[in-house]
Design a protein around this ligand. Structure first.
Ligand code: SF4
Ligand code: SF4
Length: 100
C-alpha cells in the first residue's frame, strides 16, 4: 500500500468532523492560490485542496500550469498526479486510470 492509500484508509473510519479538521489543516498548506491556473472565481469561492476535494466546479478552465508537485502536501499525502482542479482528485484520476 502506498502513502496515499494509507492516508485515505486512515481517514475512512474517522468521523466526518475529524476528517474536516484534517482537510482544513491541509488547506492551509495548499499552494493553489499561487498557481497561474488559479482564478479570481476560485479565490472568491474559497476553492482549494482539489487533490482531495475534486475538480473545480466551474472556476478553473484554463490550463496555465500546475504547482502541485511543489506543494508541501504533495509528498505528505503521497500524491502522484496533478492538474487536480481540471482533471479531478487523486482518487478520481487513479480510479479512471484503472477503469478508463
Ligand atoms: S497538491 Fe495541489 S491541490 Fe493538493 S493541496 Fe497541494 S497545491 Fe493544493
Ligand atoms: S490543482 Fe494544480 S493546476 Fe490546479 S490550481 Fe492547484 S496547483 Fe494549479
Amino acid at each position: 500500500m502506498d502513502t496515499f492509500e494509507g492516508k485515505m484508509k486512515e481517514l475512512l473510519p474517522v468521523k466526518k468532523e475529524e476528517r474536516w479538521r484534517v482537510y482544513d489543516r491541509a488547506k492551509g498548506a495548499c499552494t493553489c492560490p499561487s498557481c497561474p491556473s488559479y482564478s479570481m472565481c476560485a479565490q472568491g469561492n474559497g476553492e482549494v485542496l482539489f487533490c482531495i476535494m475534486g475538480m473545480s466546479f466551474r472556476c478553473i478552465r484554463e490550463d496555465k500550469g500546475c504547482l502541485c508537485p511543489q506543494c508541501p502536501a504533495y509528498p505528505e499525502l503521497g500524491l502522484s498526479k496533478k492538474d487536480y482542479c481540471m482533471k479531478g482528485s487523486e482518487k478520481d484520476q487513479r480510479w479512471e486510470k484503472v477503469f478508463g
